[in-house]
Design a protein around this ligand. Structure first.
Ligand code: AMP
Length: 211
């Protein structure tokens, strides 16, 4: 089963991706996590992506398609995937469909996370993320040890500063939101869930929506 998690930054896609992956026994794939790791490791891909990421803009589709292809070809993804933040433009949606088609699969559902904009800004501006496991926390200050005790410290993502947050929300409205029409035209199942509430409640709604 391949599920696309779709929604603006701060909607809780990362948190729910981990939970859904565990429930469904498939890996979660997050292009943002792969890119941040590439930046930390100073690879060619990381160097190409860093400036756009710091500004809150999208990295080029070709880079994202390369990541998608590699991640979906891994044996652990043989039975499906939870795709977190992977599809942000129409060329990416079309490219993903081709990659999956080669594997004899298709996107089974697009799960749309609904969160009001004021709530997104509140979440992103109070967010600190573990430098090791990438789990985001709201309400814990940067510098705190990760509650998962993995040796990581919480850091403020560079693109969670107010200017980058504004850009990311604008990019979502302009470049990413139209992707939903592409999926509807492609007859892909698109389901919306209310993504405000406790993580457990949202997981339950997500599982219910996927069916
Ligand atoms: P995220 O962790 O999903 O919020 O992604 C962080 C940043 O990585 C984004 O603001 C983009 O700069 C970049 N990024 C991640 N996924 C994509 C994607 N599918 N297309 C373009 N840029 C992406």
């Amino acid at each position: 089963m391949d599920i696309v998690l779709f929604g603006p930054p701060g909607a809780g896609k990362g948190t729910q991706a981990a939970r859904l992956a565990e429930h469904l026994g498939v890996p979660s794939i997050a292009t943002g996590d792969v890119l941040r790791q590439a930046v930390r490791q100073g690879t060619k891909r990381g160097l190409e992506a860093k400036a756009a990421m710091d500004r809150g803009e999208l990295v080029p589709d070709a880079v994202i398609l390369g990541i998608m292809k590699e991640a979906l070809a891994e044996p652990r993804a043989a039975r499906g995937s939870i795709l977190d933040g992977v599809v942000r433009t129409i060329p990416q949606a079309a490219g993903l469909e081709e990659v999956l088609l080669d594997l004899g699969r298709t996107v089974d559902a697009v799960l749309v996370f609904d969160v009001p904009e004021e709530e997104l800004v509140r979440r992103l501006s109070g967010r600190a993320t573990c430098e090791v496991c990438q789990t985001p926390y709201t309400g814990l200050p940067p510098g705190s040890p990760c509650p998962k005790n993995d040796g990581g410290r919480l850091v403020r993502r560079q693109d969670d500063d107010p200017a980058a947050v504004r850009t990311r929300l604008e990019v979502f409205r302009r470049q990413t939101a139209p992707v939903l029409d592409w999926y509807r035209d492609n007859d892909t199942k698109v389901v919306r869930i209310d993504a405000v509430g406790s993580p457990d409640d949202v997981t339950e709604r997500a599982l219910g929506a996927i069916g």
